[in-house]
Design a protein around this ligand. Structure first.
Ligand SMILES: Nc1ncnc2c1ncn2[C@@H]1O[C@H](COP(=O)(O)OP(=O)(O)O)[C@@H](O)[C@H]1O
Ligand SMILES: [Mg+2]
Length: 238
């Protein structure tokens, strides 16, 4: 039950800007359990995005290791070539960002299908998967709409359907409610939690919003690139 899906060991990352060195991550150690909903909090610049980008295989550490215990294999991200890292990202990780990153010239359904195609799902199966996910996020009947015809909350639900169409083992979510009002944001995260559970995705979500803490199985707090606190919320919902 308590199997680990992601293990970060002594993870560090610096950025060099001319003379200045910015320590983005400073010796991070963390184990994430399969099926967990992890929330990463902390002030702006504390390393939240850098940390989730390491887990998502978007960025690489200077030192330390990122190990992913996927269902079919153990993957040591810090040892992979660029090509292998791209394969990891495609196969195993779904992403949702603050800005919806939908393609404006494609319909809602095409936006979702596009991500499925990347992992080789095609034809009828792809169409069916895309529509099922769109139904699950409450966008039935909007398959042929364009992103510009949707509200912010609806666009973010398309982004969620998109991220889940490949049934990723890990879902990385960075400030998903930044563009949404309070109520829409709460609904979005509740939906994300339920849908991720259904597809057995482990979620790592960055947020500033303390009102979203109740959705987390565990809250990790970062400050200046270090984990300074971990909390398991008492008042859990859904
Ligand atoms: N590509 C980059 N080049 C230079 N500095 C960066 C880069 N990405 C992040 N940083 C710096 O690393 C630190 C952590 O950034 P980030 O992980 O984006 O923080 P957060 O997501 O918590 O706001 C910040 O000081 C930021 O300015
Ligand atoms: Mg960030």
């Amino acid at each position: 039950m308590d199997d680990i899906i992601v293990k970060l060991e002594n993870l560090s990352k610096k950025y060099e800007l001319g003379e200045a060195k910015i320590v983005a991550l400073d010796n991070i150690n963390l184990e994430i359990l399969r099926g967990e909903f992890i929330i990463i909090m902390g002030p702006s610049g504390s390393g939240k995005s850098t940390m989730v980008n390491m887990i998502g295989g978007v960025d690489r550490p200077d030192s330390g290791s990122v190990t992913v215990f996927a269902k079919d294999r153990t993957i040591e991200l810090h040892k992979l070539s660029d090509k292998e890292l791209t394969r990891y990202r495609r196969e195993k990780v779904g992403f949702v960002f603050q800005f919806y990153s939908l393609v404006p010239t494609l319909t809602v359904q095409e936006n979702v299908e596009m991500i499925g195609e990347l992992v080789g799902i095609t034809g009828k199966q792809l169409k069916q998967r895309a529509r099922q996910l769109l139904d699950e996020v409450g966008l039935q009947g909007r398959y042929d709409s364009f992103p510009s015809q949707l509200s912010g909350g609806e666009r973010q639900r398309v982004a969620l359907a998109r991220a889940l169409v490949k049934h990723p083992e890990i879902l990385i979510v960075d400030e998903p409610t930044g563009q949404l009002d309070e109520e829409t944001g709460q609904k979005m995260v509740k939906l994300m939690k339920e849908t991720a559970k259904k597809y057995e995705s482990t979620v790592v979500m960055v947020t500033h919003d303390v009102n979203l803490k109740k959705f987390g199985d565990r809250i990790i707090r970062l400050s200046s690139g270090r984990i300074v606190d971990q909390e398991i919320p008492i008042a859990k919902e859904a």
